[in-house]
Design a protein around this ligand. Sequence first.
Ligand code: XMP
Length: 516
Amino acid sequence: MSIAILDYGSQYTQLIARRVREQQVYCELFSWDAPAAQVLAIQPRGFILSGGPASVYAPGAPTLPAYVLESGLPVLGICYGLQLLAHTLGGQVSTSSQHEYGSAHLEIVQENPLVDSALQQVWMSHGDRVQVPPPGFIVYARSATCPIAVMGDPQRRLYGLQFHPEVAHTPHGDQVLHNFLYGICACQPAWTTHSIIQDATEKVRAQVGAQRVLSAVSGGVDSSVATALVSRAIGSQLEAVFVDTGLLRQDERAGVQAALAPLLGENLHVVDAAATFLTALQDVSDPEHKRRIIGETFIRIFEQQADQLGHLPFLVQGTIYPDVVESRAPERANAQRIKSHHNVGGLPEHMDFELVEPLRYLFKDEVRAVGEALGLPSALVWRQPFPGPGLAVRCLGAITPARLETLRRADAIFRSALRAAGLIDRPPRSGEVPIAQAFAALLPVRSVGVMGDQRTYQETVVLRAVTSQDFMTADWAHLPADLLAAVSNRIVNEVPGVNRVVYDITSKPPATIEWE
Ligand code: XMP
């Protein structure tokens, strides 16, 4: 029981998929020109055609594949999807150089199974619009500037919306999707956390049989949930390795052990490799050089550990659905590399493993729900991302045990104050743009201070807290001044070697979130 979403390039396509899943209906995203057999293999109950930047009249514009209409299944076209339905079925689309962007008031002109009068405010973002509906279609709703905002052909179960029901700016948009999924496609609410776990458990068991599986746990949400899920499926056939690089935050290793040891018992192997990493990083201050060394050292230690555990033919990876969808978008291949993120903490390419990816079709919110259902602590499930090279890229300049300890203490003070104020490590509230990352960095910059009657000449801690949805752009968080003052006080008083605390007020771009 699923829905196939054909992607025509809208920035909102992933959001459509998340909204459908929130309604407990499984869906998958496909490029609009994916082979019919691949799309039909999920046995869809209906299709959603996403929006997209093209005009139906543009040369080479994406088209509606014939199998969609031939299937006789319900179709919901959104924005470009609506225009494509109209264009393909004999309606008339008018091009316009004027873009309608923003909230619009919807007026229902005909009772219909898709939208009702509760839906008044909708979000528009389009240039072209449908001027004449195709034969068989009825106009259901219009807006002041858009004569055909909703149309449908109930006989053939083909529907279209000019607005975006998936965005938060369309307050009752979920009801429209609900009507399509349940009323028109007759879906059942079968996609629940329970069914996700059940499904993944069966798939992992079928894939690995009685063989042994290795997992590299980083302590992050995805690798921890993937490991917990595989452990639930195959118990002691799983061996998990957690490498303590010596570049972790305060109490981080203990936290990972406390979360996973109850599930994995003796099959959780914690490798203390701090000395190896610190030796390898001696006298290195260039960020990319740090990343390279950490990546190589990680691989070497992981290989040693895997050798000790004997032959394990399978490897767990915490790949999630956005990784899969985004890595197949061609434009990303040309994206400029600002930092070599994905080379760090990556595993050796030549290792001969078959991958087990239990989260491959899950969005982050689903991964978190699974983590909670499996009993992982909420601090881990709602944890902020932490870079693979860890504190190495937050300890600017030379990486020494003493400087790392200074950084750890300052960072712990900052994050505990934010946690106590209810600002991090919890589910986001509705409508809120959450603090996506907050941390301290240690700068190799000494300045003069005075403590008691003593002149001091010590290093600087910078506090960084950003709000962000996707980590591609970020704004600095406008934290309460009292909180910043209390944190600054505590750091200077409690952390030896620091006499100055500054707050970073730069957004991304032009800065990045991390300092290196
Ligand atoms: P920037 O600093 O580029 O970071 O704005 C964007 C996001 O990526 C994380 N980050 C890393 N993650 N290895 C990682 O696994 C890295 O080398 C790395 N560098 C940055 C950063 O914490 C933020 O979430």
